[in-house]
Design a binder for this molecule. Structure first.
Ligand code: SF4
Ligand code: SF4
Length: 108
């Protein structure tokens, strides 16, 4: 998610997929993501806790999806969270999963 208002009223991508990343993005690898907010995927990767599930929801997500949300570790979030773009295929898929209407893509 981003700090844009559309994301602040959404949060669907934080509750739809496994949010995984290279392990060293966590604080104990020199990165930013609090280790307690992560779980191990394999020797090289971690994911946000709660997202490796049949009903994913990131442990850092606050609020209600589709209404009002916030990321509890916004400045420390991992790269996949920074890279997901509003209106992208991933965004639209996540929104559809939560019954939210598609967004018009935001120009890069
Ligand atoms: S699914 Fe799209 S609109 Fe919703 S929080 Fe993620 S990037 Fe933002
Ligand atoms: S760390 Fe923040 S932006 Fe990333 S999935 Fe969790 S709540 Fe969403």
């Amino acid at each position: 998610m981003s700090a844009d208002s559309a994301c602040m009223e959404c949060g669907a991508c934080c509750a739809s997929f496994r949010v995984s990343f290279y392990w060293a993005e966590a604080e104990d690898g020199g990165g930013t993501v609090p280790v307690a907010m992560t779980e191990k995927v394999d020797s090289f990767h971690r994911c946000m806790r709660g997202t490796w599930s049949a009903a994913p929801r990131c442990a850092a997500l606050q609020g209600e999806v589709g209404r009002k949300v916030a990321c509890g570790i916004y400045a420390q979030r991992p790269s996949p969270c920074r890279e997901v773009a509003q209106g992208s295929v991933q965004c639209q898929r996540a929104r559809a999963r939560h019954g939210l209407p598609a967004l018009v893509p935001v120009p890069a």
